[in-house]
Design a protein around this ligand. Sequence first.
Ligand code: SF4
Ligand code: SF4
Length: 391
Amino acid sequence: MEDTYKIEITRDIFDIVSKCVRCRFCFTECPIYEVSDGWVTQGGSGITQSLYYGLKFDKIDEDLRNILMRCTTCRSCEIICERLMAGVKLVDAIHMGRQLLFELEIPPIREQQKALEFLQKFGNPYGMQPSKRIAWAKELNLKKLDGKSDIDTLYYVGCTPSYDDRVQKVARSIARILQQAGINFGIMENEKCSGDPALQMGERGLFEMLKEENVNKFGNAGVKAVVTTSPHDFNCFLKEYSENLKDIEIKHYTEYFSDLVDQGKITYKNEIRQKVTFQDPCYLGKHNKITAQPRKILSSIPGIELIEMQRNRENSLCCGGGGGRIWADFDEESHLAEVRVLEALETGAEVLVTACPFCLINFTDAIKVLDKENAIVAKDISEIMFEAVIS
Ligand code: SF4
Ligand code: SF4
């Protein structure tokens, strides 16, 4: 690795960390600190101080890697620091630290390395065949968007909804709602990962490769809008591709559907008499302030009663799946998704609704582990919306 690169990234990390006055308010908001029995190397400031001392005393090793990789990148620490203190860009520093570790040939943890190898080889982190990518859409008769066409909206499905059995139902619901609303949209047969997992795990080079491919594909397709299933892909396209996708509107499907509700393009045929509570996915609420739109969709569905958990919107509790953690298993006092399911149960809701593939997977597993399958179920908003729309 170029010495200048190390010097520059180290300087950038020091610049960020030096703004911290060590008040430790950020510890109080960190979900990992909450479930890790209060380790001082956790919490936004704990992690970034560890990174600072690792760099200062040239102790860049797997222990430091493990500290950095526990972070879900939920951004709760940054939010409290913005509100009360110096607005330290803790998540940027953590991402830079991960990138630096990768460049110094200290790769992410074993299961994450496997995901990166799959990403490089197959264009998805699960090692699934690219030819099976749109198998979920077999009977839906969707338009394919692999070249110039008159289609103006791309539904970017993402890796997890394309291949995971449970989350494929979400992709089908979104596609069917778009069809019912009369949207001129298509999917890509040769869709590949947005690159976000690579970015989260510090593999910037692989991310740049995937980005270049996607930018070319989106540009060649001539679309005006890209709608994503995942808040992670949405955030990645919005923040990391923005220079290259200036003329394309990037939307998470909850924003897009909320607009369709406003425009009167969604017609409900069924009443859904259910008490639900909503999990704000971190990359919608905390990273992009998208909290009203999912609630607008829920309140538009006849029969739905929304009961808020105590921690909601920007103060929501992370499910534990962000920041590359979905591909790793950490030994923690308790699992965040289980903590959150218990909070959902306290509201009396029968459905824990979310709008993120990782949340859905984590909550579905947590409900099973807690043996609460008779009390609550995890669903995506699009699934409930679809149940209300179908005749
Ligand atoms: S809240 Fe901000 S200033 Fe206080 S310890 Fe955390 S990062 Fe530092
Ligand atoms: S981003 Fe979230 S998990 Fe990471 S240190 Fe900050 S509060 Fe903790």
